[in-house]
Design a binder for this molecule. Structure first.
Ligand SMILES: NC(=O)c1ccc[n+]([C@@H]2O[C@H](COP(=O)([O-])OP(=O)(O)OC[C@H]3O[C@@H](n4cnc5c(N)ncnc54)[C@H](O)[C@@H]3O)[C@@H](O)[C@H]2O)c1
Length: 314
C-alpha cells in the first residue's frame, strides 16, 4: 500500500507518547484504534486527547478530523487486525518490547509496517523474536508527538531498507518532519544530544553548583531561544562572526579540551533525586502538570508559527 493511501492506524500503548500519537493521527484525519492493558488507560487517553485538542484545533485540523474517530480495542489482536500502520509506545523495557513486538508482528496483516517509539533501544535487539522482522522500524518521536514535528526513523539489521523508506514517507504524509538514519546509534541523534545536557544538569545539581530553576532559565533565557531556528552547528557558525565556523574552531578549538563537561553520568542517589524533584516543584511555582502542559502547548504553537513566518519570508 502506498503511504498516502493509509487510513487505519493502530496505537499500542497509550500513555504520554502513545496518547500523543493518538492525538496527532486523529488531528490528521486518521481513524485510530488504540490498545493499552492498564485498567484506567481509556480514561487517561481521552483526557490526554481532550487536553491536546484545543492546540490541534488552533493549528488546523485535517478534513474529517474528529475525536470520534478513536476506537478503544479490548485486545491487542483486535487493535491491529485491520491496521495499515502500527505505532508501538509501551514502556521502555527491552524484554517487554521484544515480547510485545513479536505479538504485534504475529497479529498484524502481512506487509503492514510496525514502528516503535523507543527512546534508545536498537531495532536489531527489539526485533529478535519477530517472525517477520523485515517490516519493523524505529519511529522515535518527541513529546508531545502532536506538536513536535521530528521523528527519527531507523531500521535494525533484519529490517528491509524498503520498510524504512516506506515509514519515512508515511510519517511525512502524516505531517511529521523526518530524519532517516542509515545506521543504528544508541539514543539516535536528538536523544544523544539531549542526554549530554541532561547529564551535565544532574552533575550541577548533585554538586550544588546550580538549581533546577537556574538550569532551566540558563536554556530558556539563553541558547534555547536560538535553537528553534539554528541547531548547535549553525549557532556556532554565527559565533565565529564573519569568519564563520572556521574562525570559531580556530578561536575556541583549544577550549574544547577545558574540563567543562563531566559526561559520565552521576550516581542517581536519593539526595540527588530529592533535589531534582523539589527543585522542579519550586520551578513549577505552583502550576499543576496539566497547567504546564497547556502553557507548553501554547508556547510551542507560537514558536511554530513564528518559524513558519520567518521561513516563508526567505
Ligand atoms: N516520555 C517521553 O518523553 C518519550 C519521548 C520519546 C519516546 N518515548 C518512548 O515512548 C515509549 C512510551 O513511553 P511513555 O513516556 O509514553 O510511557 P508511559 O508510562 O506514559 O506509557 C506507557 C504505556 O504503556 C502501557 N503498557 C504497559 N504494558 C504494556 C504492554 N505490554 N503493551 C502495551 N502497552 C503497555 C502502560 O499502561 C502505559 O499506558 C517508551 O518506549 C519511551 O522510551 C518517550
Amino acid at each position: 500500500m502506498p503511504p498516502a493511501a493509509v487510513r487505519r492506524v493502530a496505537c499500542v500503548g497509550a500513555g504520554v507518547i502513545g496518547g500523543g500519537w493518538v492525538a496527532h493521527f486523529l488531528a490528521r484525519g486518521y481513524p485510530v484504534t488504540a490498545w493499552d492493558p492498564a485498567p484506567d488507560a481509556e480514561a487517561k487517553l481521552r483526557r490526554l486527547v481532550d487536553a491536546a485538542w484545543p492546540a490541534l484545533t488552533e493549528l488546523g485540523l485535517a478534513a474529517g478530523a474528529s475525536r470520534d474517530n478513536l476506537t478503544i480495542a479490548s485486545t491487542l489482536d483486535a487493535a491491529v487486525a485491520e491496521a495499515e500502520f502500527v505505532q508501538e509506545s509501551a514502556p521502555e523495557d527491552l524484554e517487554l518490547k521484544q515480547d510485545l513486538l513479536a505479538r504485534i508482528d504475529a497479529a498484524t496483516p502481512p506487509g503492514v509496517i510496525v514502528s516503535s517509539s523507543t527512546s534508545g533501544y536498537g531495532m536489531t535487539e527489539m526485533q529478535e523474536r519477530c517472525a517477520t522482522p523485515h517490516r519493523l522500524v524505529v519511529g522515535h518521536p518527541f513529546n508531545p508527538p502532536y506538536l513536535i514535528p521530528l521523528v527519527e526513523v531507523v531500521g535494525g539489521e533484519r529490517t528491509d531498507p524498503s520498510a524504512v523508506r516506506w515509514a519515512a514517507e508515511f510519517f511525512k504524509v502524516a505531517g511529521k518532519s523526518v530524519i532517516v538514519m542509515d545506521r543504528e546509534v544508541p539514543g539516535f541523534i536528538a536523544n544523544r544530544l539531549q542526554e549530554a545536557i541532561w547529564r551535565e544538569a544532574l552533575h550541577m545539581v548533585a554538586n550544588g553548583e546550580a538549581t533546577p530553576a537556574q538550569i532551566d532559565a540558563s536554556i530558556t533565557e539563553g541558547p534555547g531561544l536560538r535553537w528553534p531556528m539554528l541547531g548547535p552547528c549553525l549557532t556556532f557558525h554565527l559565533a565565529g562572526g564573519e569568519g564563520g565556523m572556521a574562525h570559531m574552531l580556530d578561536h575556541f578549538g583549544p577550549s574544547l579540551k577545558s574540563p567543562w563537561t563531566r559526561l559520565e553520568a552521576p550516581e542517581l542517589t536519593d539526595d540527588l533525586r530529592e533535589r531534582m524533584v523539589r527543585g522542579c516543584e519550586e520551578a513549577a511555582e505552583g502550576r499543576s502538570i496539566a497547567e504546564l502542559v497547556a502553557e507548553r502547548d501554547r508556547a510551542l504553537i507560537a514558536v511554530l508559527r513564528a518559524l513558519d513566518g520567518v521561513r516563508n519570508g526567505r
